[in-house]
Design a protein around this ligand. Structure first.
Ligand code: NAD
Ligand code: LMR
Length: 328
């Protein structure tokens, strides 16, 4: 029996993500929470002939308590998306408070749940969530994940376009660091199976993975950012986590976690100097089984990229922690 909650379920990501979760046989109850339109989205999805029982909730009439209570896994795509010319950090002002409020609700109504954060800026919203959970005395770093899977999905797709691989998802490419611009660091040298990227294409490929989000924001021309590819990526991560929790072995996917709090993470944090960081995570019955150190084996080119990542990421992380510790 698995109760999944989507917080921000009526949005551009929330709706297709909820559709994928509704279609999954791993989920028995799907609770949709948003400040608008969840009764409609829930009614629509509830006609699909899959096992999950769907309910929709709004904040009124204790909707958050009803939506969240008994939740096993929360996926959070609540908050505003970018428009052309904006950075993810420009979203902080509005999204920080939204994520804080939702995680306070999770701490109160479902303190043992897995929490997957999609809302941007991920580099700051995950530290915000950690701080809220710490304050409530319910922080389990093995259960809090910043979803960086879209960066991995993009790396697979863009590499396949170069190498001619017919099924991009067969590529396994660690993308580490954070989730914005230069904090996103693809490690093509550690791809499995190995990939040969021509040296005259490498810089453009790295840049495309780092700024893939901007490509979509520009193409949508004011109507938002990636939603469908993000729903796919968010579902991919949620499904892998649920499979691992159910006992499937050898499931590994990068995610942005609090390194000092997870097995294997302390040593990686010493190298990076940043506590919140995305690395490949071996997922298991309790969430993070082990953080895998791919940082120390990065090649010289990747180490240079990592230096730029550390600087930007540290500022984003501190901003999130500060927001909760010293509210503006
Ligand atoms: P959207 O505006 O289409 O949807 C957001 C939804 O959140 C809306 O339905 C809105 O009503 C809801 N919402 C706002 N405040 C809420 C609250 N307090 N409680 C519950 N729901 C609330 O935006 P979108 O395109 O779905 O993007 C959502 C977020 O995901 C953005 O911050 C975007 O930057 C981020 N994003 C992250 C990634 C990633 O890789 N992690 C990828 C794409 C988008
Ligand atoms: C993405 O990478 O597509 C998301 O983080 C959305 C954005 O703002 O680019």
């Amino acid at each position: 029996m698995v109760k999944a909650i989507v917080a921000g379920a009526s949005g551009g990501i929330g709706q297709p993500l909820s559709l994928l979760l509704k279609a999954s046989p791993l989920i028995t109850e799907l609770s949709l929470y948003d400040v608008v339109n969840t009764p409609g989205v829930a009614a629509d999805l509830s006609h699909i002939s899959s096992p999950a029982k769907v309910t929709g909730w709004l904040p009124k009439d204790d909707g958050m308590e009803k939506a969240f209570t008994g939740g096993d896994i929360f996926v959070i795509p609540a908050g505003i998306p970018r428009k052309p010319g904006m950075t993810r950090d420009d979203l902080f002002k509005i999204n920080a408070g939204i994520v804080q409020g939702l995680v306070e609700g999770i701490a109160k109504y479902a303190p043992k749940a897995y929490i997957l954060i999609i809302s941007n800026p991920v580099n700051s919203t995950v530290p915000i969530a950690a701080e809220v959970l710490k304050r409530a005395g319910v922080f389990d770093p093995k259960k809090l994940f910043g979803v960086t899977t879209l960066d991995v999905v993009r790396a697979e797709t863009f590499v396949a376009e170069i190498t001619g691989e017919k099924d991009p998802a067969k590529l396994n490419i660690p993308v580490i660091g954070g989730h914005s611009g230069e904090t996103i660091v693809p490690l093509f040298s550690q791809a499995k199976p190995q990939v040969q990227i021509p040296s005259d294409k490498l810089d453009a490929l790295v840049n495309r993975v780092q700024f893939g989000g901007d490509e979509v924001v520009k193409a949508k021309d004011g109507l938002g950012s990636a939603t469908l590819s993000m729903a796919y990526a968010g579902f991919r991560f949620a499904e892998k986590l649920l499979k691992a929790v159910n006992g499937d072995q050898n499931i590994i996917e990068p995610s942005f976690v609090y390194l000092p709090g997870v097995p294997g993470g302390e040593a990686i944090a010493k190298t990076t100097g940043v506590d919140f960081f995305s690395v490949p995570i071996h997922l298991g019955p309790n969430g993070v089984e082990k953080a895998i150190d791919v940082v120390s084996s990065a090649n010289d080119h990747e180490k240079k990229l990592l230096e730029a990542c550390y600087t930007g990421l540290q500022g984003n992380v501190s901003k999130g922690i500060e927001f909760v510790q010293n509210p503006p």
